[in-house]
Design a protein around this ligand. Sequence first.
Ligand SMILES: [Cu+2]
Length: 122
Amino acid sequence: MRHRLAYLAALATCSTVLLGCSSSSNESAKGCTPTSQVAVTGNNALKFDQERYETTAGCVEFTYLNTGQTPHTLLIKNNDELMLQIGTSDRGTAELEAGQYTLYCNITGHESAGMVAELIVT
Ligand SMILES: [Cu+2]
């Protein structure tokens, strides 16, 4: 309830001061403003839901959901922009040029068990 009131108050303030408010209303404050999305799911079987993901170049937002209870991470090989951790869910962004990338979970044993996937950026 308190949050909702604060939100309404912020909205009221924004309506009178339109400039400078737009960025603070964006929920994903960290990183770039997403132009495309990749949704990845991890599970107790130490697998991602797909072996291959595709997206378009630019600011890519990654959403990471856990359908099990085993904690996981999500990183891009040779790229330190993305470091997600679940728990239940996480999300983050990375600026990616067109190319082929490798997504993986860096928890010991998980990558070799199958928590690795291709990411094709076009
Ligand atoms: Cu994992």
